[in-house]
Write a protein that binds this ligand. Structure first.
Ligand code: IDP
Length: 138
């Protein structure tokens, strides 16, 4: 019996674009079996960053995070598949690239707590909110 498919919002952050890692990172999601539903290269302003990271805007780490995510183009994507939210977060690895397990995107490719290459929605509810924010026509 097949499980109902789930969607999640993924960002390949500006460091992934700058470092030429878009192909590597996207291929990991594709190889896992997730399907691309939407994909857009985009440079966002501070207001969009604030909306995306609404739960973090008051945190100490947020101002440099906002500078980082608005620093150049990023790739926004919607991925679909069985338990896509959890599967993407497992592939992404722990937030801090220095501590993320080898084999994960961050564990293999990032040495930073901030410039950690990828974002994945943290719950089905967040995915719904974030997909509506980034891809309102979906
Ligand atoms: P997540 O992306 O693994 O879900 P969150 O805690 O939601 O992690 O944090 C959002 C983003 O904020 C992280 O991906 C990272 O870029 C940045 N961030 C989180 N904690 C720190 C920190 O302590 N220092 C610097 N940047 C941080």
């Amino acid at each position: 019996m097949s499980s109902p498919s789930q969607r999640t919002l993924v960002l390949l952050k500006p460091d992934a674009v700058r470092r030429g890692l878009v192909g590597d990172v996207l291929s990991r999601f594709e190889a896992k079996g997730l399907s691309l539903v939407a994909l857009e290269l985009r440079t966002i302003d501070a207001a969009m960053a604030d909306r995306h990271y609404a739960e973090h805007v008051e945190r100490d780490f947020y101002p440099p995070l906002r500078d980082f995510v608005t620093s150049g183009p990023l790739l926004a994507a919607v991925l679909e598949g069985d338990e896509a939210v959890e599967v993407v977060r497992a592939l992404n690895g722990a937030t801090d690239g220095r501590k993320a397990a080898p084999g994960t995107i961050r564990g293999d490719l990032s040495l930073s707590n901030r410039e950690n290459l990828v974002h994945g929605s943290d719950s089905p509810e967040s995915a719904e909110r974030e997909i509506a924010l980034w891809f309102p026509t979906l």
